[in-house]
Write a protein that binds this ligand. Sequence first.
Ligand code: 13P
Ligand code: SF4
Length: 344
Amino acid sequence: MPYTSTQLDAEAHRLYGLLASVSKTRGEKWTLQECAQLAPYTLEINRLKKEKNAAILAHSYTTPDLVYGVADFRGDSFQLAQQARQTTADTIVFAGVWFMAETAKILNPTKQVVIPAGRAGCTLADSMTAADVQKLRAAYPGVPTLCYINSSAEVKAQCDACVTSGNVFDIAQKMPGDKLIFVPDMLMAQNIEIELKRRGTPKEIIASGGSCCVHDKYTQQDVEKLRADHPGIVVLAHPECAPQVCALCDYVGSTKGMADFVARSTATKFGLLTEQGLVNRLEAEHPAKQFFWPFGVCAYMKKNNLLNTLRALVEPRPEQVVQVDGAVAQAAQKSIEKMFELSK
Ligand code: 13P
Ligand code: SF4
C-alpha cells in the first residue's frame, strides 16, 4: 500500500526515537536514514496486523526493527509462551525459532501460528529426539524427567514437565526424589546440580543432549577480560553458559532475569554473556547505561526479518505455518501446562 511522504517521515522518526541508542553494528548506532528505509515495511506490517487481527510476538534475540518496529509483545521464552496462551488475536506471528512457535501453537491450537523464519532451528532443540528420551527413561525407571523448553514437541511429549531458563532451578528443586533426568542442555544440567547443592537440596542430574551454540562459546577469559578492561563492571550470564563461566559472574539468569537485574541495578557498566538481541534491548531501554558484549549472535533468531514477517502476514509460505500432530501436541501441552502450574 502506498504511503505519503508525511506518513513515511513520521514513521522514520518514530523508529529513530526507539532505536537511536541501539547498536546496528559494533560501535555504530542506528541512523535516521536507516530508520527511513524500514518505514514502508513497518507501516504496512502494522496496518496488516490490525486488518487481520494478528499479534506479533518477538523474542528479545530477534533484530531491533522487529522488536521495536512491529512487535506487540517482546520477551523471553516464558513470557512469550504466556502471551501466546492468552492472546485473543486470530493469528500469532511468532518471530523466534521453531520450538517457540510450536509451543505457541500447542498452547493455543485454534489460532493460526506463523513464523517468519520458517523452520529456524536451535542447536539445543535439534540435539535430542523422542526416542532418546524414551531410552533414558527406560534406563532410569521412575526418575522424574524435565525438558528445557528449547526442545521439540516430540521431546516435550515424553517428559513430566518442561522448564524455561527463568524457572528451571525452582522447578528442578520441586521435583520428587534425589535424581532427575534433564534434557537437552548439558551445561544447564550442570548448573542445576550446582544450584540445588547450593540450596541444600542436592540431586543427581542425569543429563543428555547438547548445548547452545551461542552461550557455550563464552569462557572464563571473557569474564576476566571484561573485568580488566572495564573496572567496576557488573557481569551477567545466561544459564546456558558453562558453570565455570557462571561462577565468575555477578548474576546468572534468563533473558528477562538479566533485563530485570539491569533495570533495578544502580551500576552503570554491564558485561553481557548473551545474545546480541538482549544487548540491543538494554541499549534501547537504558540509554544512560553502558553495555559491553564480547560476541554472540544466534543465526537462527536472525532469520526473522521485516520482509519475511510481511510475507507471513500476507500469504504465509507452507514452511512458515506451524502445525503440530494432535497426539504429540496433547502430550506436549501437558508438560508445558505442568510448568505453568509448578512456576506459580
Ligand atoms: P530465554 O528463555 O532466557 O529467552 O532463553 C531462550 C534461549 O533460546 C536462550 O538462548
Ligand atoms: Fe537455541 Fe542458542 Fe539460539 Fe537460544 S541462542 S535459540 S539456545 S541456538
